[in-house]
Design a protein around this ligand. Structure first.
Ligand code: BT5
Length: 326
């Protein structure tokens, strides 16, 4: 692929006359035409006009490393970027890479077009159809005290929520402990995992539904799951590269706070996206269901629930599942 040609076309929002291209890229016309055909074959949307020249309309909705990396300027996240066509689970792939090379750089990011066995918490499955979403894992190498670990889930949720607000103009809500919701439906889940033989190493998995339409979800997720596309005005599809780049950017920014142990800053920003206070919810812990009103919620401490018995009880994130409105 002629990267100089892509760069040059990107700098011009209008048609570029062919003689200008020949001069700027020091290339012959027939070679340039072959390169333009290659771009089209790769999925680039290019318009050619016999008099006006060549115009780049859009980049492909494909996980092309050079498009994701271009001017990314992150300190850690995504600097080592690995793209896979299909894996069982990007989290599993991250662990396999870590086992093979414990020196894998901090911030290594693995993104897959499809996952055949994407997973959620507590053995649940994550539906990850090809090309429809962003299925990624980021390897984080930093010491985090056991009681501060939930900050990593908060870090990912905060980065996703910020990105959705700033770049896609979609106001989302973080549902403790690890869901991001759009109009009450789940568009994203976070899964942080560790292995005992890999100290101070965490794999942060993020599944973000981007372009699914209602019919693309399996029956058990109908009405519960949504995608960015389904929530956008006119249900317009998004180019996943344009979603991934700002996500990596925000992840890197929040990770910097983790590295500097600014957990209170993360908790404060996180709380702005959490609207659970005062709501009546139920949750499960160790097979038992508890119902009550949310007194407080904090990424590190968990949720404090005023139970119907009058008692206020604290529930930590790692022991809880099936949090829902009651
Ligand atoms: C999560 O678990 O929400 C964490 C999901 C993390 C997925 C990413 S993808 C990249 C990386 N590699 C992996 O293998 N995993 C991570 P949990 O809170 O347990 O939620 C799982 C539940 O969400 C399922 O039981 C379904 O009810 C629902 N679900 C499954 N797929 C979904 C989807 N695509 N969109 C919305 N909800 C889904």
């Amino acid at each position: 692929m002629n990267h100089a040609l892509i760069q040059y076309l990107k700098k011009h929002s209008d048609f570029v006359p062919v003689p200008d291209l020949e001069k700027a890229l020091k290339a012959r016309r027939d070679a340039l035409f072959t390169d333009v055909e290659d771009l089209i074959e790769e999925g680039y949307s290019v318009e050619f006009h016999p008099y006006l020249g060549v115009k780049l309309l859009d980049i492909p909705d494909r996980l092309l490393p050079h498009e994701i990396n271009e001017d990314l300027n992150t300190k850690h996240v995504g600097r080592n970027l690995l793209i896979r066509d299909e894996v069982a689970s990007t989290n599993e792939e991250a662990f396999a890479l870590l086992e093979a090379d414990p020196d894998l750089p901090d911030g290594t990011t693995i993104v897959a077009e499809a996952q055949s066995a994407g997973r959620g918490r507590m053995g649940r499955a994550w539906h990850s159809p090809r090309g429809a979403g962003l299925w990624l894992s980021v390897v984080l190498k930093c010491p985090v005290a056991p009681d501060k670990l939930p900050v990593l889930t908060a870090m990912a949720s905060l980065a996703v929520a910020n990105m959705l607000q700033q770049f896609i103009q979609l106001p989302s809500e973080i549902k403790w402990p690890n869901d991001i919701m759009l109009r009450g439906r789940k568009c994203c889940g976070v899964l942080v995992e560790a292995r005992s033989n890999l100290p101070d190493t965490w794999v942060l998995g993020i599944g973000l539904n981007v372009n699914q339409q209602a019919a693309d979800f399996p029956p058990e997720l109908k009405g519960l799951a949504t995608s960015l596309r389904m929530e956008r005005p006119g249900q317009q599809a998004l180019n996943r590269v344009r979603v991934l780049r700002p996500l990596l950017f925000y992840l890197d920014k929040v990770y910097d706070l983790v590295l500097r142990k600014k957990y209170d800053k993360i908790a404060k920003a996180w709380a702005e996206f959490v609207h659970m206070g005062g709501k009546r919810i139920s949750l499960q812990q160790g097979g038992l269901e508890h119902t009550g009103t949310v007194a407080r919620v904090d990424p590190l401490e968990g949720i404090a629930l005023r139970l119907d018995s009058g008692e206020t009880r604290q529930f930590p994130a790692e022991a809880v599942n099936n949090v829902r409105s009651a």
